[in-house]
Design a protein around this ligand. Sequence first.
Ligand SMILES: [Zn+2]
Length: 288
Amino acid sequence: MRRLGIDIGGTKTLCVVIDDSIAGGRVVDERKVPTDPRGDAEAVVVDLARSFGEIDSVGIGIAGLVSHNGDVVVTTHLPGVRELPLRDAVASRLGLPVAVDNDATCATVAEWRLGAARGSNNALMVTLGTGIGGGAVIDGRVVRGHNGFAGEFGHMVVARGGESCPCGRRGCWEAYASGGGLARLADGVASEAVVHDFLQGDAWAVEVVMEFVDWVVLGLHNLVNLYDPECVVLGGGLGSLPAIVEVVSARFVAGEGGHVGRALPRLVAAELREHAGAIGAAFIGAGD
Ligand SMILES: [Zn+2]
């Protein structure tokens, strides 16, 4: 079967076709087009799908809140979109099975099926970028929750009354352990600049990054207690930097102590990078 996955990003929309009859799934076609934030998402998806010829299903990933029935409730990438019934609209025009999900959930599925977590039935993905995204596959099933919003790990409070967060709460993990959090710990210096200086061995940058890493590790240990994963995949702009993965791994193991009776999960870097959203979307369209 040829499964089309479409990842609608902030600046580009990436499409892949997965042939899932080949060794668990293989990318057999791909294409990238610019995202028009004011464009008609339904028409764009339908045109893209038709351009790939014969396909058997369509999966769509997008940042934001996506409900169980494939409605895009709100997305930062398409500012005009509210409560858009994208799944039903595209399905009725194409006459194909269509699924829509959050891009972080899609990335999690991709790493589970074809990437760093393949072979594991209990895996989490945590993306450390501008914010924190995430997703969970537990007992071989994608965790979505009652509304479809599960896996918002970034809004787990780690400091009562702490830094304010755009979600309306205070002390969210994302306010400390994301790119934005790193910049705040660095008194407003951009996270890219701090990481650059850290890689050069600058003492101040090393101190700031280590504090950042301790916040990352605190949240990871909370997630281990919640989900009992076998494998945790780190991704996102910051989470996929080898030097960051290395120090997070070292502190993650050193900070162990509250997990009596079990081995810590494997902490691994994401493998599929910018393709993860589209690959995961293809698998979600196929029923994951
Ligand atoms: Zn929050």
